[in-house]
Design a protein around this ligand. Structure first.
Ligand code: GLN
Length: 496
């Protein structure tokens, strides 16, 4: 069961070979067994979860169901879910019970999916290792000494350890793709505006985007079918016709299903900063794509090296504004003792936020201040345009872009916590995609052994043109028809 695809689970439910309650109980049992060691989930509510499973069974019995009805999914704790504690892994929201559902949550509810629980993450989604969480780090299921990546680290570990059938994540600078690479599963960050941000706790609003984290491209397509769609409550939600993201998958068989597909390889993605072992895995994956009929085009994204500095001006600027709402007045943490209003604000924020969040608020406030706005914020916006333009030029020559999703495999917990810049470099190949608003995904492409011989996953990144998710999923699926990296799971957890 634990390695079944969403499609297989859906079929078993439809044929009544298993009930949603049985399936949900099986996952809950696995969570009870493994979560104390992995720390992927921070909030579980068995009663609510099982009530949803029962309701799903009733829908199935009545013949009123879709592909995800009755399937237990893990939700990143950045999504407000009515009646559920929703913390964003911050002390600031430790006791916050969401009074309403995020769009993503209500879409899954309407589809009849079961909310298995809320997953750990970096505090306010700021991080690349899940080590900034108020609730502690998450273990990478492939090697418990290593990080799962971040910020969607809890969802990542939950998918990799098969603690859920699939999960949601959000990606502001790489938080779906980088953990997908480090934990060995398929994750997709959609085009900006495709999935509504309503009820998704804001970090950097012009970059944040929710997406699926699952075993395969096919599973991601089924999830995206539910998540995508216009929502008037998000002013940047794009009003376009609904698509079926599974529509092309069946054709991805036979000799050369990708015949003529032009894959652009940016020379900047294979330069300094990329580990030699990761490079080898990616090259092997590209060779596989050639066998599937694709042709390779050498391209350049000349401004990619500016994407991290630009992001670390713009994202903190937006964060400093978004996080100003946590003032201890309406909701969130409030200091116990204070003498006046000013001190209440200061102490509540000093106590409620962790070090990385404070660092971002300080940077953001600085770059937006009157004296520095032109030199930093405005300049960064101009360079953001150039970075986006690089992709416009690139997509004149190719259909998809490929490269690594992360510069290295999973690193040891604590290895980069004292060096923020080393941590920021984790997103060298992902951030530009967010700055341009493009879709990107990571698919498992192989393993490299750690020094002590543990296999560590490597993800291949596929970047598509705006709203080209269906094609990207086809491209990922075609590869998953001829490789089995995506079906592998950590050996130690296989028999549990
Ligand atoms: N690692 C990046 C950061 O720390 C991106 C995080 C994200 O995508 N949420 O901001």
């Amino acid at each position: 069961m634990i390695n079944s695809s969403l499609k297989q689970l859906g079929q078993q439910l439809a044929r009544k070979q298993v009930s949603s309650v049985e399936l949900t109980q099986a996952y809950l049992q696995r969570v009870t067994q493994l979560n104390p060691a992995i720390n992927a989930f921070i909030t579980l509510d068995e009663e609510k979860t099982l009530a949803q499973a029962k309701a799903a069974d009733a829908r199935i019995a009545a013949g009123d169901f879709g592909p995800l009805t009755g399937i237990p999914l893990a939700q990143k704790d950045i999504f407000c879910a009515k009646g559920w504690r929703t913390t964003c892994s911050s002390k600031m929201l430790e006791k916050f019970i969401a009074p309403y559902d995020a769009h993503v949550i209500s879409q899954f509810d309407a589809a009849g999916a079961v909310n298995l629980g809320k997953t750990n993450m970096d505090e306010f989604a700021m991080g690349s290792s899940n080590e900034t969480s108020y609730f502690g780090g998450v273990k990478n299921p492939w090697d418990f000494d290593r990080v799962p990546g971040g910020s969607s680290g809890g969802s990542a570990a939950a998918v990799a350890a098969r603690l859920c059938a699939a999960a949601t994540g959000t990606d502001t600078g790489g938080s779906i793709r980088q953990p997908a690479s480090l934990c060995g599963f398929t994750g997709l960050k959609p085009t900006y505006g495709l999935v509504s941000r309503y009820g998704m706790i804001a970090f950097a609003s012009s970059l944040d985007q929710a997406g699926p984290m699952a075993k395969s491209a096919e599973d991601c397509a089924l999830m995206l079918n539910v998540m995508a769609g216009f929502d008037e409550r998000d002013s940047t939600s794009v009003n376009r016709e609904k698509e079926d993201y599974t529509r092309g998958l069946a054709a991805m068989t036979g000799e050369q299903p990708l015949k003529g597909l032009r894959i652009g390889l940016p020379k900047e993605y294979f330069a300094e900063g990329l580990s030699a072992e990761v490079a080898r895995v990616i090259e092997t994956a590209i060779a596989e794509y050639k066998k599937l009929g694709a042709v390779i085009v050498d391209i350049s994204l000349p401004n990619n090296n500016l994407s991290i500095p630009v992001y670390y001006v713009l994202a903190p600027a937006e964060a400093s504004s978004n996080l100003s709402r946590y003032d201890g007045v309406r909701y969130g943490h409030r200091a116990a003792e204070y003498n006046d209003l000013q001190e209440m604000y200061m102490k509540s924020r000093a106590e409620g936020f962790g070090a990385e969040v404070k660092r971002r608020i300080l940077i953001g406030t600085y770059v937006l201040s009157a004296g520095y706005y032109d030199a930093y914020y405005l300049k960064a916006q101009q360079i953001r345009r150039l970075i986006a333009q690089d992709f416009v030029e690139a997509f004149k020559q190719c259909d998809v872009i490929m490269g690594p999703a992360a510069p290295s495999t999973a690193f040891k917990a604590g290895e980069k916590t004292s060096d923020p810049v080393a941590m920021y470099l984790e997103d060298l190949y992902t951030i530009a995609v967010n700055l341009a608003g493009l879709p990107g995904m990571s698919v498992p492409a192989g393993f490299t052994p750690s020094a002590d011989g543990k296999p560590l996953p490597v993800g291949l990144q596929i970047i598509g043109n705006y709203f080209d998710e269906a094609r990207m999923l086809d491209v990922g699926h075609a590869y998953q028809q001829v490789t089995d990296w995506h079906t592998q799971m950590p050996a130690a957890l296989e028999n549990i």
